[in-house]
Structures are given as structure tokens and as C-alpha cells.
Design a protein around this ligand. Structure first.
Ligand code: FRU
Length: 497
């Protein structure tokens, strides 16, 4: 049955989403049908199609009582909206349907799991949001919340773990058909942890293990966990809140993290061996993954961050966008990520240059655009090398976003200080890149309102958004010292079948 709250959201999005012209959205990055979007949810395959749900407040471009928006895709680049899937309409989720996961069931139904938020007065009189895990079953369009909800609550939470910060279940099925989910938590010491639960039927759950916790080392609450094998390693991915910066690996505030290790499924022991930031840019949070039928682990994230989401495009009726889908691999001790290969199907006109000398500023005929896939490889021209190489994209008479590589320090810096924002939140980020004798390869994906930069075949990724006019579509290159570069650019053309 469709509740009044869900019907209201569906009517609203259908009526007002239609007012947003497609050219005022990114072309291949998902945005909310109307209103506000944050985390990707329930990223899963169902009946051969990719389903993506998202944290959604259709009624304004601000965060509000959370619904689940819904979209579907066959190729991970072209998304079609479906009606909103969940609304906060039950006593246990009246405060919001927060993030969660989804799987296809053998009987043909799709199962969703999400965090229900409910405001409760505590014994001391203070009101607090209590978070529990809830499930719903449906046909890919309409979902019934389970009468047994909530299915995971304080009955299963081990002592010393929070009832108030207990959210974002990521769901999968094991080979024997049983269910597992990982849920983010905050422990009594005020720091992050991930709990593992198991179930045979998806409705009755029991606690299995504490997969990892941070003892106040990496932020506080660990939001939006995911847990998956990757090329012989096991990855626990999460989004820690309230981080203190760690060198140039992790920035302050809301971060994202790969915890890389080994896992023994019999004992549920995860042994952490290393940590790595997921994205080194300005706008990235709450990633979630899926295993494709051809065996690729692909990841999507909210291309925004709580610390940077105060600046909205002035005239848009949507806010928040997802990243491009990224294929993950484990290579030379790092999790690497590259845009999904499906992007190549949408490659249009190609323009390429080789061995272009760069010292003063250079522009190249045909190298411009705001919907492009651009790869630039730079190397020193002589033994003297170069001290910096800078590329400006989305460049107009007043605006640009810059990407600067400094070989001596092996640092890469992105800046959108000149990308039209009139608020002084963070606009610059810098990270270390692997030393390659002054050579660097940068792949830059632009889609109207964002840039995603993939360094050295995916060793690092940096994502950022900006909302400058589309006429700011120039690209220029400059270096101090003498560098040589190869440039290859494809337009992205979405209106071909
Ligand atoms: C992460 C998050 C989740 C929560 C959701 C609420 O961005 O805070 O932990 O489920 O957003 O919208």
C-alpha cells in the first residue's frame, strides 16, 4: 500500500521535476528528480538492471525528512527516474528513512534495508533520535515495509555501542543464500566502529561481530560502511565523521576511508593492514559498491560533502549529484579506481596531440568543453625538468578550476577558488601522488557541474563540483620550466543509443 506521505512525494516530484530542463543538470551524473539528494542507497542489480536509490528530500534543496529517491540504469551512465520508493511514514521511521542497501531475492522480490529514525524521550527527559534497521520488500517499483520492523535494534546491539548512532546497513547475500549486513556505529568512547549482523531470512537478525573500531584514531561515527573482497584483499569502506587531518591523506571533517586487510569468514575476524583515503578532492562522501555480473567491483558516491554543501547553484531546483561509477582494483598496495568502461560507449569526437611543448600558457584547438573525457600525460622535456605544471578547466573570462602538479614535492593540488563561489569554505585540496620521475597522467572527466580527476591510471581520484556558466568551457596548460605533454580528448555524447 502506498502511504499518503509517499504518494505526496511522488506527486510532487512528478509535477515539479518536469520543470528542470535536462540541460540544466549534469548529463551522466545522477541528480535528484527534484530537491535535495545525499547518499547513494541500495545500489544493486534487480532483474538485470542497476537500481540506485538515494537520500532524498523532494520538497526543497535542503536536507529534510529523508525519503528514498529511485533511479534505474542499464549502462551505469544513463539514469531514468522511478517514483520515490520510501517515505518516513511509519512509527519507527517517522524521523526519516536513512541510508541502507538492497538485494534481489530468489523469489523475484527486491529487498531494501534502511535505518529508521525515531525521536524518543530518554529517562533523563532529553529527546534523542534512536536508530534501528528496518526492511521493505517490493517489485522494483513499490515496496511494503515489513510488519516485523524494526528488525535490528537495541536487542541485538552489543553493550558499549550506541543506539543513537547506529545506521546505514549495507546488505549482501552469501553463497549459501544467508544474509549479512554491516552497520555503522559509535562506541561508548565516542569513536567509530562497524558491526556485522547475519540472518537466514532477512527478517530475523543476530549480531555476529565487531568488524573494526577506531579507538578515537579516525574520527567519530563511522557512517555508510561497505565490506567486500577485492583482488585477494578484504576492504572495509566507511565515511568517518569529525576527522582530524592526518598528513595529506585525510582532511578534517567528513572523510572517506578504505580499511584494507584480511578477513576470516569462519571467525568473522577482520584484520586491518592499512588505510587509504577513498577520494582526495573536495566533494565526495558515503560511497557504496556493487559487484557487476562480469565480476567488477564498482563504486558510486555522493559528489558532495557535508562540509561543503552550503553553496547551492542559485537558480537550480535540485542539489546534490552522484559521482561517475568507478571500477575498483587492488594494485601495488593501493585500491585504485577508474571510470567505468561503459563511458567509452559515449565517446564522441576525438582530438589528440602528442609531444606538445609547454612553457608559457598553451591552448589547443579543439580542446575545450564541459562534457568531456580528457587525458593529459606530462613529462620533463629535458634533464632540467619543470617545477610546476598547471591545467585550467571550465575556464571562462572570470572563472576556472585549476589542477597543479609539482614534481619536486610530488603533490597535486586542485583549486576552485576561482570557480564562482561566494562563500569561504574549503576550495583547495592537495595530496601526494606517487613519484614517477616528473611524469604524471591525469584523466579528467567533466560533466557540466563537476570535475573528477583520476591520477596515474586511478592511483588517486579527486572530485569537486562547481556551478559556473557552461560558456566557461576553455582549457589551458602552463608550466614553469619545460614540459612535454600528450593530450587526448573525447566529447561525451549522451544522445546516441
Ligand atoms: C551520511 C548520512 C548517513 C545517514 C544519512 C542521512 O551522509 O549522515 O549516516 O543515513 O546521511 O541523510
Amino acid at each position: 500500500m502506498i502511504s499518503e506521505a509517499l504518494q505526496k512525494a511522488r506527486d510532487f516530484e512528478e509535477k515539479y521535476g518536469a520543470f528542470i530542463p535536462p540541460e540544466k543538470r549534469p548529463a551522466f551524473h545522477l541528480t535528484p528528480r527534484v530537491g535535495w539528494m545525499n547518499d547513494p542507497n541500495g545500489f544493486s542489480l534487480y532483474k538485470g538492471e542497476y537500481h540506485l536509490f538515494y537520500q532524498y528530500h523532494p520538497y526543497s534543496v535542503q536536507w529534510g525528512p529523508m525519503h528514498w529517491g529511485h533511479a534505474v540504469s542499464r549502462d551505469l551512465l544513463r539514469w531514468e527516474y522511478l517514483p520515490a520508493a520510501l517515505a518516513p511514514d511509519a512509527p519507527y521511521d517517522a524521523g526519516g528513512c536513512f541510508s541502507g542497501g538492497a538485494v534481489e531475492l530468489p523469489d523475484g522480490r527486491q529487498m531494501l534495508i534502511y535505518t529508521g529514525v525515531k525521536r524518543e524521550r530518554q529517562d533523563d527527559g532529553v529527546c534523542q533520535d534512536i536508530q534501528t534497521q528496518c526492511v521493505a520488500f517490493g517489485d522494483g517499483l513499490n515496496y511494503e515495509k515489513c510488519p516485523a520492523n524494526p528488525v535490528i535494534d537495541d536487542r541485538q546491539i552489543p553493550a558499549g555501542f550506541s543506539r543513537a548512532d547506529f545506521r546505514d546497513p549495507k546488505l549482501w547475500r552469501e553463497a549459501d543464500g544467508s544474509f549479512r549486513c554491516v552497520v555503522g556505529n559509535r562506541t561508548d568512547d565516542g569513536s567509530g566502529a562497524v558491526l556485522l549482523f547475519e540472518s537466514t531470512d532477512g527478517v530475523s537478525w543476530k549480531f555476529s561481530a565487531i568488524l573494526d573500531r577506531c579507538w578515537n584514531e579516525f574520527g567519530r561515527m563511522w557512517e555508510c560502511p561497505d565490506f567486500f573482497p577485492l583482488d585477494g584483499k578484504q576492504i572495509l569502506m566507511c565515511s568517518p565523521q569529525d576527522m582530524s587531518a592526518v598528513g595529506m591523506e585525510f582532511h578534517n571533517g567528513d572523510c572517506t576511508m578504505f580499511l584494507i586487510g584480511r578477513y576470516d569468514p569462519a571467525s568473522h575476524q577482520f584484520e586491518r593492514e592499512g588505510v587509504q583515503a577513498v577520494d582526495y578532492g573536495l566533494d565526495f562522501y558515503a560511497p557504496q559498491t556493487l559487484l557487476t555480473p562480469d565480476g567488477r567491483r564498482i563504486m558510486i558516491a555522493w559528489m558532495q560533502n557535508w562540509d561543503t554543501c552550503t553553496a547551492h547553484p542559485s537558480d537550480a531546483r535540485w542539489f546534490g549529484q552522484m559521482t561517475i561509477l568507478r571500477e575498483l582494483d587492488f594494485r601495488d598496495g593501493r585500491v585504485v579506481q577508474n571510470p567505468v568502461r561503459e563511458l567509452e560507449r559515449y565517446h564522441g569526437r576525438r582530438v589528440a596531440y602528442t609531444d606538445v611543448p609547454v612553457h608559457e600558457e598553451v591552448t589547443l584547438q579543439g580542446v575545450y568543453g564541459r562534457m568531456i573525457d580528457l587525458t593529459v600525460t606530462v613529462r620533463p622535456m629535458s634533464a632540467a625538468g619543470y617545477t610546476t605544471f598547471r591545467m585550467k578547466v571550465a575556464r571562462g573570462s572570470q572563472h576556472y578550476t585549476s589542477i597543479t602538479y609539482t614534481p619536486q614535492t610530488d603533490t597535486l593540488r586542485v583549486s576552485r577558488s576561482h570557480a564562482g563561489f561566494n562563500r569561504d569554505f574549503v576550495h583547495v585540496r592537495e595530496c601526494f601522488v606517487r613519484s614517477r620521475g616528473g611524469e604524471i597522467k591525469l584523466r579528467v572527466i567533466l560533466d557540466r557541474y563537476s570535475a573528477e580527476i583520476f591520477v596515474n591510471d586511478g592511483e588517486q581520484a579527486l572530485s569537486l563540483t562547481f556551478y559556473t556558466p557552461q560558456s566557461a568551457d576553455g582549457i589551458s596548460f602552463e608550466s614553469h620550466g619545460n614540459a612535454l605533454m600528450n593530450v587526448e580528448k573525447y566529447d561525451i555524447v549522451m544522445d546516441r543509443s
